[in-house]
Ligand binder design. Structure first.
Ligand code: NDP
Ligand code: 2IT
Length: 445
């Protein structure tokens, strides 16, 4: 396989899917050599079967808003690969959702899930519906209409959705409720459920905490202490907030949070009291970051991301894809940033990643660093299958262990001759080998 030729062909076939092509390009470039060590892979054209999703469902979702107006959105589920377990991955509700974005997410999920050590294939779904500004009843009607189409294609041993941008406990609850009604069964068909109906303790915290655990493992390789470090966090949703909480607990200084409208800066680090205020504002009242900045009298930069406006030791992008471009990366490095650990999926552009690798800072790609969320989803599936629930301490211990295991896989496959660990190469290679070997063993399916 020649990566260049394969990618040129994919570009010709899917010219309007830039995010999908970006995610595939990164993986294919890093696994080219190891792929070519296994002639059987090439004989079976495994690379094409691995990069093109198994199937995609797309459908129209019609629902009625509070004014009685009939609205339509698009709905999708991309089932990418189930070589090592049932399809598994979140659902995203955001106005920007399109097939290219969901294909990139399902592709990434396949490798991420392989790294978790648990038996989960890769999938992603979603809609261009935006829950922002909608009433609970509107969100409920939308979720029911969405699942009315999707319920036939998912299930505890088939495909298990969860949350992502715009999908939290409320949305998962509504989707699970309708799934259960249509299927006439109570099964672990979703993760991220409420605690009263099969959810796992620590699932809400898992992605953010897991990312911090991954960061600690990276810092340990250079004997760096997290205490007192200035950490720029972007986003202010599920992942960003639990990242911030764990960082404050560990004595780091969280110097920023953001949303799609702007960034708040906390030069001396967010206090515990400020954290509680912003958590309530976002989680209970679905408020905006500029409201937090106003009430706390903190500097707010409308339309800006954190990277160029504040100096930090560590960056933890936790909002969305391609939120750090080449100029942002250069500004971070020039400002003394020593580590980037990605809570979001593919938050760094190709150019930004190249800058991080060139500067030889600690750089963890999302498919390794943010795998804690889906890992605890896997633990939720295990608990549901046994009809038991574990304590928060037990889940947290398992999460720490999984994040260490993922870190070790990255080091094993990503260490370069001079000792530098290329976590991109490590994560891609380890994830690829697991999935590819399973696909090879199962024949052409
Ligand atoms: P939430 O919906 O809870 O929060 C998303 C945050 O990102 C919000 O602050 C939102 O701001 C901001 N954001 C979303 N889209 C954009 C955009 N286009 N430009 C700028 N800011 C944006 O989602 P999560 O916290 O769950 O997800 C954040 C990231 O983490 C995503 O990349 C997701 O794929 C990834 N992830 C999530 C996991 C999970 O378990 N939830 C697991 C692994 C990865 P606003 O309110 O203005 O839209
Ligand atoms: O990107 C991700 O890993 C998620 N949104 C979580 C997926 C899951 O199934 O928990």
């Amino acid at each position: 396989m020649k990566a260049k030729d394969f990618l040129a062909d994919l570009q010709r076939r899917f010219p309007n899917e830039p995010e999908y092509l970006q995610a595939v390009e990164e993986v294919v470039n890093s696994i080219e050599d190891v792929y070519n060590e296994y002639p059987a892979f090439e004989n079976e054209n495994l690379i094409e079967r691995l990069c093109i999703p198994d199937r995609i469902y797309s459908f129209r979702v019609s629902w009625v808003d509070d004014k009685g107006k009939v609205r339509t959105n698009m709905g999708y589920r991309v089932q990418h690969n189930n070589a090592i377990g049932p399809y598994k991955g979140g659902i995203r509700f955001h106005s920007s959702v399109n097939l290219s974005i969901l294909k990139f997410l399902a592709f990434e999920q396949t490798f991420k899930n392989a790294l978790t050590t648990l038996a989960m294939g890769g999938a992603k779904g979603g809609s261009d519906f935006s829950p922002r500004g909608k009433s609970d009843m509107e969100v409920m009607r939308f979720c029911q209409a969405f699942i009315n189409e999707l319920y036939r294609h998912i299930g505890a041993d088939t495909d298990v959705p969860a949350g992502d941008i715009g999908v939290g406990a409320r949305e998962v609850g509504y989707m699970f409720g309708w799934y259960k009604k249509m299927q006439k069964e109570f099964t672990g068909s979703f993760t991220g459920k409420g605690l009263a109906f099969g959810g796992s303790l620590m699932r809400p915290e898992a992605t953010g905490y897991g990312n911090v655990y991954f960061l600690l493992n990276m810092l340990r390789t250079r004997e760096i202490d997290i205490k007192g470090k200035r950490v720029a966090v972007s986003g202010s949703g599920n992942v960003a907030l639990y990242t911030a909480e764990k960082l404050i607990y560990l004595g780091a200084k969280v110097v920023s949070l953001s949303d799609s409208n702007g960034t708040v800066i906390m030069e001396d680090g967010m206090t515990r009291e400020q954290y509680e205020k912003v958590f309530d504002l976002k989680m209970l009242y679905r408020g905006r970051i500029n409201e937090f900045a106003q009430t706390e009298e903190l500097p707010y930069y409308a339309g800006e991301r954190p990277w160029r406006i504040i100096k930090c030791d560590i960056a933890m992008p936790s909002a969305t894809q391609n939120e750090i471009d080449g100029d942002d990366a250069r500004a971070l490095i020039a400002g003394g940033c020593i580590a980037v650990s990605e809570g979001a999926n593919m938050p760094s552009t190709r150019e930004a990643i190249a800058e991080f690798l060139k500067a030889r800072i600690l750089y963890a790609p999302g498919k390794a660093a943010n795998a804690g969320g889906v890992s605890v989803s896997g633990l939720e599936m295990a608990q549901n299958a046994q009809k038991i629930s574990w304590t928060a301490e037990e889940v947290d211990e398992r999460l720490k262990h999984i994040m260490l295991d993922i870190h070790n896989q990255c080091v094993e496959h990503g260490r370069e001759p001079d000792g530098f660990v290329n976590y991109v190469k490590g994560a891609n290679t380890a994830g690829f080998l697991k999935v590819a070997k399973a696909m090879h063993a199962q024949g052409i399916v």
